[in-house]
Design a protein around this ligand. Structure first.
Ligand code: HEC
Ligand code: HEC
Length: 294
């Protein structure tokens, strides 16, 4: 009886083992099933020059690139829909390949057939045993976007203050906050905060939803942590709308609303000196730092 039980247990344990590692050999993206067994060739051809055949990021071109190609064996990903510290979903990895990482050497891979990309998703997951043992995190939900209003943008400036975004990104979003020069990534390389004023597309997606997501997932492996627990959904949306106005040169609904609002008579609560002209939320935030009210 004892032996039978042990045998049964053995069968259960091995079959669980097989199904987990079996999962790690595959990816499921947008209705496709990718296979690691066929992803290897495409990876070596398209990716190994930067990420190396071993996936450790030390490919031939790596020394010339800043930021360096990612060490895929570390399985620490910037762009996820999942909570900080957890692994990305297959869709997340696929979408990253679709987008590329603008402002870095990481190209977008839309010219490759979707099946090839799905196969490569399965292949890169094999670089870390974590994918086999724990699987992806559960995606965070993004609450519906609130309306873009002048008041909301002002509130967003206050949230930017409260959460000390300025300590790294600077009061006006130039990426020049007091801590900016001290920041390093997981590999101890300098990691500059994003400069909002250059209006470059965001690394993990260009829409407001994706911007919200970056703030609640954080960018693992960088000093940009998750703000999922730091503010209410309304405050997070106000923050999204405010940081869009830091991209002052960008044509956006946020900048239109801000401009229209500034034309109205000055709002008392924004004004310390009634003679001064209405300020942008960034200037307002700045004055609060200077006067030590935050
Ligand atoms: C020309 C160099 C280059 C090539 C070729 C390249 N990458 Fe990258 N890749 C990078 C760099 C640089 C980064 C890091 C960007 C950063 O840290 O912001 C990166 C990051 C990544 C990431 C991490 C994304 C995240 O969310 O953190 C993945 C996944 C990735 N690359 C997959 C691939 C795949 C798959 C291919 C081939 C189809 C490929 N890369 C080809 C340079 C390259
Ligand atoms: C401790 C310093 C620090 C703080 C505080 C901080 N960030 Fe960041 N942030 C960074 C760094 C560094 C990066 C760039 C990471 C990378 O691309 O390697 C970044 C990236 C970002 C990005 C993505 C930029 C891109 O290229 O896609 C956004 C958006 C952002 N931060 C917004 C915020 C907001 C809003 C706050 C406050 C709630 C905040 N950050 C607080 C350091 C910080």
């Amino acid at each position: 009886m004892k032996i039978l039980l042990r045998f049964a247990l053995h069968v259960v344990v091995t079959s669980v083992g097989i199904s987990i590692s079996g999962y790690a050999q595959e990816s499921r993206v947008h209705g496709l099933t990718g296979h690691a067994s066929t992803g290897g060739d495409a990876f070596k051809r398209n990716c190994a020059g930067c990420h190396a055949a071993s996936g450790d990021g030390k490919g031939t071109f790596a020394p010339y690139l800043d930021p360096r190609p990612r060490d895929l064996t570390a399985a620490v990903y910037h762009c996820r829909s999942t909570p900080s510290g957890s692994l990305p979903t297959d869709d997340d990895l696929y979408d990253t390949m679709m987008r590329g990482i603008v402002t870095t050497a990481m190209p977008f891979w839309r010219p490759l057939p979707p099946q090839t990309r799905a196969d490569m998703v399965a292949y890169i997951k094999k670089f870390s045993p974590r994918f086999a043992s724990e699987g992806a995190g559960v995606p965070l939900t993004i609450p519906p976007e609130t309306q873009i209003t002048f008041d909301g943008i002002e509130q967003g400036a206050a949230v930017y203050q409260k959460l000390a975004c300025a300590s790294c990104h600077g009061a006006k979003g130039h990426g020049d906050g007091p801590n900016a020069d001290t920041l390093t990534d997981i590999k101890h390389r300098p990691d500059a905060p994003y400069d909002f004023t250059v209006t470059a597309r965001f690394k993990c997606g260009a829409t407001n939803q994706e911007l919200y997501r970056t703030m609640i997932t954080g960018m693992d492996g960088t000093p940009m942590k998750s703000y999922a627990q730091s503010a209410t959904p309304d405050e997070m949306w106000q923050l999204v709308h405010f940081v869009r106005t830091l991209q002052a040169a960008r044509k956006s609904e946020e900048n239109r609303v801000l401009k229209a609002g500034r034309r109205k008579p000055a709002d008392e609560s924004m004004e310390i000196d009634p003679k001064s002209k209405p300020r942008t939320p960034a200037e307002f935030a700045n004055s609060r730092i200077a006067s030590g009210t935050e």
